[in-house]
Design a protein around this ligand. Structure first.
Ligand code: N01
Length: 547
């Protein structure tokens, strides 16, 4: 099939300059020689790690695997200081990457993409920004992160609050002075669990408002072990291969033993050993059926509850902290540093708001539905994100016939592989909904997507293909597959942001792909090897010859 095309201003627009946007720029501009423009809302690179500067912000993938693997020298020259990298260090790393590969010259900062419309007359994307840019591009590539649109609950009265308030995902660059202050933290997800112990240490008094108690495993954070790092560097190839072909993008040995086929004593010994070791080993390295069998899951859940009772000295507080209404790891699995221990401090209170939610923010603090009033100088919203789709919907993205992405996804996101969606030609999503993304160590999934997209774009250019779209059947089959896999997991048994359950009115649809990074990668590779099965392609222009 032949189509009309005209020459665009750019070959590609990339939205966002976090891990994804940086690597996409390098691939398209420096390896494929394409005219590429990245637009970034912040005044620096880093994405998530640019915005999330709350106290205690740290990644819970281990530092040696939370990085790019595409450049051997980069892997060898960068030295992480801690077992789990802290936000300032990850941001330094991403700035280093930007400088090392001269990426800043391809990024326009302080610029938010507001609209992207596909013009079918010339098969180009027309992109607009809040700085008045209007450009046309052959490709639109979203590198917008999965968890980048913060959610502040619509509680009446916030405007009247006389103190200061912050969302963890939009933290002031200058930091927040907590000394001598009475502070509220609302929310006990990853951001709450990380920030609560630090804010407790810094503030005069901290009150935590908890709607759902959490399972969390000690991270056992420590400074990086030099011997270990040496060994990692000597074996990076092998380690990175292992991450790429693992379930979650982490090189841990996954257990295939069932929690139900060993004795209670052996199980306890395993859980205790992995609890002491810390981190996600507890989840991946203990028993293979924890994520798929409720009875197996219950054994891990009960172990964690026993630990909470052991750590938290006040039995009433311990009781409030016990997670009972959802299986372990059915919400995002958490690791922590002194989270439960923090509730033993004299300056920390826990308020259970499951039955008596926050009814109003008042000028001096807040009031819960049972009439209790609390006074604060600072309120911290650790209340999460309109994840996976929220940032897409902040832009006016329209495909064929003016179809709005928001309208197309009104019943939940529909994609092929989480990479593309029918009727939005030449648009690719890095870690879009329907891909492993948030269920994995993100840089591993990001690199896989960036490389797959770049290979596909190169394939098109070599053949003079100007327009690619997804076949409806391919998308329908993928959406069904994503749902079928999710239905076999514990994820369906919790009200989580994976399911959009944290946003009032959002369709309850499981958004990431739970089949595993390894299985997913094989599928994507096979599709590419089969000539990009599931895509419809139209040729118009002269092939671009490879160097
Ligand atoms: O957000 P969350 P997050 N009234 O949605 C509560 C990644 N991340 O920013 O559970 C009262 O997990 C809500 O309660 P409930 C990671 O993927 C990674 O913490 O819905 N409470 C919950 O307790 C993570 O999963 C890292 O009942 C309200 C909390 O707020 C994702 O980002 C660090 C409420 C929100 O938890 C999001 O994490 C940080 C309301 N109206 C984040 N609305 C690391 O790598 C919500 N809540 C370590």
């Amino acid at each position: 099939m032949s189509t009309n095309t005209s020459t665009p201003d750019l070959d590609a627009v990339v939205v966002g300059a976090g891990f994804s946007g940086l690597y996409m720029l390098r691939k398209l501009r420096d390896e494929l020689g394409m005219k590429t423009q990245v637009y970034e809302a912040g005044d620096g690179v880093g994405g998530t790690w640019y915005w999330n500067r709350y106290p205690g912000a740290r990644c819970d993938s281990e530092s040696y695997i939370y990085c790019f693997s595409f450049d051997d020298d980069l892997l060898q020259e960068w030295n992480w200081s801690g077992k789990y990298p802290e936000q300032p260090e990850i941001l330094r790393y991403l700035n280093h990457v930007a400088d090392r590969f001269d990426l800043r010259s391809g990024i326009q900062f302080n610029t938010r993409v507001t609209a992207a419309h596909f013009n079918e007359a010339d098969n180009l994307w027309e992109v607009e920004t809040d700085q008045g840019d209007q450009v046309t591009a052959r490709y639109l590539i979203t590198a917008i992160g999965c968890i980048s649109t913060g959610q502040i609950p619509k509680i009446p009265g916030l405007d009247s609050f006389a103190g200061d308030w912050y969302h963890t995902g939009a933290w002031p660059h200058a930091g927040v002075e907590f000394a001598g202050k009475r502070v509220a933290v609302i929310g006990t997800g990853s951001s709450g669990v990380q920030s609560i112990p630090v804010i407790a240490r810094e503030s005069e008094h901290l009150t935590v408002f908890q709607r759902t108690p959490q399972y969390t495993i000690p991270a056992r954070h420590e400074t990086v072990n030099e011997e270990f790092l040496k060994e990692v560097k000597a074996n990076y190839d092998e380690i990175m291969q292992k991450t790429k072909h693992s379930v979650a993008g982490m090189p841990y040995e996954a257990s295939e033993v069932s929690a139900l086929e060993v004795s209670a004593e052996e199980r306890l010994e395993t859980y205790e050993r992995l609890w002491q070791k810390g981190g996600f080993n507890f989840l991946f390295g203990s028993y293979g059926d924890i994520s798929i069998d409720r009875r197996a899951n219950d054994t891990a859940a009960e172990f964690i509850r026993s630990k909470i009772r052991e750590i938290v000295q006040d039995p009433e507080t311990a009781e409030k902290l016990l997670p009972r209404d959802h299986p372990f790891a059915s919400k995002r699995a958490l690791i922590d540093t002194n989270y439960f221990e923090t509730y033993n401090r004299d300056n920390v209170d826990l308020v259970d708001i499951r039955h008596f939610p926050i009814e109003e923010i008042t000028p001096t603090g807040l009031r819960t539905a049972d009439g209790a009033e609390y006074e604060f100088d600072i309120i911290v919203f650790a209340t999460g994100y309109d994840a996976m789709t929220g940032t897409f919907f902040k832009m006016d993205i329209r495909g064929r016939d003016g179809l709005e992405l928001k309208e197309k996804w009104s019943e939940g996101p529909k994609t092929y592989l989480g990479l593309a969606t029918v009727d939005f030609p030449n648009m690719f999503m890095i870690t879009g909904p329907g891909s492993p993304s948030v269920l994995s160590n993100m840089p591993v999934s990001i690199e896989q997507h960036v490389e797959w997209i770049a290979d596909f774009v190169e394939y098109q250019r070599e053949r003079g293909i100007d327009v690619v779209d997804v076949e409806q059947q391919a998308e329908d089959d993928w959406v069904q597959h994503v749902n079928e896999i999710a239905d076999q997991t514990m994820y369906m048994l919790a009200d989580s942001w994976y399911l959009g359950a944290n946003i009032p009115g959002k369709p309850r649809v499981f958004m990431p792909y739970a089949g595993g990074v390894n299985v997913y990668r094989d599928r994507c590779d096979q599709i590419a090897a089969d000539g990009y099965e599931g895509f419809v392609m139209s040729e118009t222009s002269e092939p671009v010859l490879a160097d």
